[in-house]
Design a protein around this ligand. Structure first.
Ligand SMILES: [Zn+2]
Length: 104
């Protein structure tokens, strides 16, 4: 089996709301900013109880090691959908821009 990236239409707010960010071996919850979350069998944030449906990692951004990182994370969190980090950045930057210009 090989890993390929599949493009799909998503609600970027929902992705942002339910994503776990993995830095090397631990997870980070962007909702409550909890760090050092253990990944094994992780379904929701131990601090704020947010359900995780998506996962991403800065280290899975392009480069040769990206696939290894994706494999490692997928093994620990097989139920989560892996989002490319550049796409996650795109979602968050778009939201930031909306925040800046919203209400004008
Ligand atoms: Zn949390």
């Amino acid at each position: 089996m090989e890993f390929i990236r599949i493009w799909t239409e998503v609600d970027t707010d929902e992705v942002q709301e339910n994503i776990l960010i993995v830095d090397d071996i631990f997870g980070f919850c962007p909702s409550c900013r909890e760090m050092g979350i253990k990944l094994e069998n992780l379904k929701s944030c131990p601090k704020c109880n947010k359900n995780f449906k998506y996962v991403t990692s800065r280290e899975a951004k392009n480069g040769g090691k990206a696939v290894d990182m994706v494999k490692r994370i997928r093994k620990k969190l097989p139920d989560l959908i892996f989002v490319d980090y550049s796409d996650y950045e795109y979602c968050t930057s778009r939201k930031k821009a909306e925040g800046l210009f919203g209400g004008i």
